[in-house]
Design a protein around this ligand. Sequence first.
Ligand code: SAH
Ligand code: MG
Length: 216
Amino acid sequence: MAAGTEPKPETLAAFEAAKGFMPVHEGLALYAAAAEAGGLGLPLLEVGTYCGRSTLLLADAARQAGTVAVTVDHHRGSEEQQPGWEYHDPQVVDPELGLMDTLPTFRRTLRRAGFEDDVIAIVGRSPQVAKVWNGPVGLVFIDGGHTDEHANGDYEGWAPHLAEGGLLAIHDVIPDPAKGGQAPYRVYLRALASGSFTEVSATDSLRVLRRTAPGI
Ligand code: SAH
Ligand code: MG
């Protein structure tokens, strides 16, 4: 790998220690995409902060590139993370409200890794934030809700802001219906079918596409 396409060892260690849902080999591919996209000098945008695991990689790439990572989450968790569901973690529940709240854990993750100055965290619903966002981004990383409504909302909200030459990364792309939900996979197919994107890499469930023409 060329210099700059791997995160700093401290960042990788912080990533591995952080709560979250991204395995290391996919994280390295995400970092490589973020490092390349950082060359555009534009913000790197993530949907789905959770506890900041993948955010650390975008933060490292953003700092190297002299730009910033922007990460969006309402911090109340996706469907499958709610109490009683497969991916629920009782450590990230606000005891007063009895609702999920991943924001405090995220802020600790970011602080401990020393990336507070490299990340703008937005607490809100992805489509609402996208609607008021007004500027080009170099990377759109979609790792939010896994229903068709949410995955399509993320794509429709953020892909239009992706600069030409910028990268669209989608996590949890699982072509085999026996192995998991299909919404991110359908969004990936939709992006390819739009004619505005070409595939750059596939690392397990992480797909990276490049914007080669306007539109979605
Ligand atoms: N990137 C994280 C994992 C994200 S999990 C990691 O590396 O570990 C998905 C996150 O998306 C959850 O925290 C959930 O709250 C958030 N989410 C789901 N739907 C959303 C929406 N419509 N708007 C904002 N955030 C959303
Ligand atoms: Mg994911």
